[in-house]
Design a protein around this ligand. Structure first.
Ligand SMILES: *Cc1c(COP(=O)(O)O)cnc(C)c1O
Length: 421
């Protein structure tokens, strides 16, 4: 459920008409709904109650400071994967003891930043990282709380680029070696082993892979405790999928996911952490774009939009589907027309959809890509020197631009011409 609905014949974000925002902000732009972000965050906290838990929003899915502040004020923790994301979490007012640091390639500078700024835990992904963290923490006279990310060798049955829990993936340590790695961690100065971490992939549309992974984590918890480790926190990662094609897909609900967590690890007395990104941010955002031209081609018509692959890369990168809707509500029963929906970038890969049935749109009309809140704006680039798309946050009947579109002058000013030219 989200808060993007037609009212009086035009698509709204909560109580604001998207067409009104388009008038002021110009297209394309991302638009997020506060009510939807809030609702999705609360679904998770409710699904995990009464277990002691923290829902750490995966910042990489949508990292605008205003969004982070919205969630942070509800009590959310944050899952960061870089020093830059750590800075974002802090800048949004989230205290260090609610920030979890994930990622396979944390640098010593990033470790130092998080240790001195405050951190809830590092999710360590390899032995070299563990040794480096021990050295950095010791040199600062600090202790780094850690979990170790285990790779449970489970097939997440999702897109290959976002499956992370198979043994051939770069993530975590093989679960079979956990005993050995935990023993070394316990022996190193500057580290405090507090738990186990697992994250098997993104956009999972079935519970089964989670069930397999969490059952292995439960077994490992008992084993490591028997070996003398004080395992008191389980970070179960993110990854719950969302319906991108409405009407055809029904991924598991957060309540079902919460029940699964209770069933598999609920009796261990551990504090539970989860790191959802997409399920909180995905359906909380749309990308609004304007039709530039309708071009009649050989056997197919193209809808050429002012948004392109640099603004929303998921279709060209993952072959992802996004529902595309007309901002002006089509009359019920009106004929549809089949379009290839494309952007202006000079690549054939700049195609959002092929042979998509849509209302008979014309130049100047507005369309919205649904479910564009996650991995949308954060993955945008300025390819073709197209300015980064602005972001807008709606709250009830008002809205604010939370990242402005850069001017061409600002973009050009980032380059420098060396003195010999
Ligand atoms: C990407 C990622 C997440 C979030 O995944 P979603 O599919 O957006 O829920 C959580 N944890 C880690 C370690 C990740 O890399």
């Amino acid at each position: 459920m989200d808060h993007f609905l037609y009212r009086s014949g035009t698509l709204h974000a909560e109580d604001v008409a998207l067409a009104d925002i388009a008038q002021v902000v110009q297209t394309p732009f991302y638009c997020y709904s506060t009510a939807t972000l809030t609702r999705h965050y609360k679904l998770f906290t409710e699904a995990l109650s009464p277990l002691p838990h923290m829902v750490c929003f995966a910042i990489k899915s949508l990292s605008n400071l205003a969004v982070l502040k919205t969630l942070g004020e509800l009590g959310a923790g944050m899952d960061v994967v870089s020093g830059g994301e750590y800075m974002r979490a802090k800048a949004a007012g989230v205290p260090g003891d609610r920030i979890v640091f994930s990622g396979v390639g944390k640098t010593r500078d990033e470790m130092r930043m998080a240790l001195t700024g405050g951190i809830r835990q590092f999710n360590v992904e390899s032995e070299p990282e563990m040794r480096a963290l021990s050295e950095v923490a010791t040199s600062l006279g600090l202790v780094a709380p850690i979990t170790i990310r285990v790779n449970p060798d489970v097939d997440a049955r999702t897109h290959e680029k976002i499956a992370t829990g198979k043994s051939e993936n770069k993530f975590g340590i093989p679960i079979a070696r956990a005993s050995e790695v935990y023993a070394e961690a316990a022996s190193l100065p500057g580290l405090e082993v507090i738990g186990i971490d697992v994250h098997i992939g993104s956009q999972l549309t079935e519970l089964e892979p989670f069930e397999q992974a969490y059952t292995k984590v439960a077994d490992l918890t008992r084993q490591l405790r028997a070996e003398g480790h004080d395992i008191r926190r389980l970070d179960l990662g993110g990854g719950l999928g969302i319906p991108y094609a409405r009407g055809n897909e029904a991924p598991p609900l957060p309540t079902e996911y919460g029940d699964l967590i209770k069933r598999t690890v609920g009796d261990l007395g551990c504090e539970i952490e989860i790191e959802p990104g997409r399920l909180i941010s995905g359906n909380s955002g749309v990308l609004v774009s304007r039709v530039i031209y309708v071009k009649e081609g050989e056997g197919r018509d193209f809808l050429i939009l002012d948004a392109a692959m640099n603004d929303l890369v998921r279709p060209s990168m993952y072959g992802a589907h996004h529902d595309i809707v007309a901002v002006e509500e089509p009359e019920p029963g009106v004929d549809t027309h089949t379009f290839d929906v494309v952007g202006p970038v000079c690549e054939t890969g700049d195609t959002f959809a092929k042979a998509r049935p849509l209302p008979q749109l014309k130049a100047g009309d507005l369309v919205a890509f649904r479910s564009a809140g996650a991995y949308g704006a954060v993955m945008a680039s300025e390819y073709n020197t197209r300015p980064l798309v602005p972001e807008v946050l709606v709250h009830g009947d008002h809205y604010a631009v939370i990242r402005a579109r850069p001017t061409f002058e600002e973009i050009l000013a980032r380059d420098t011409i060396p003195e010999w030219l």
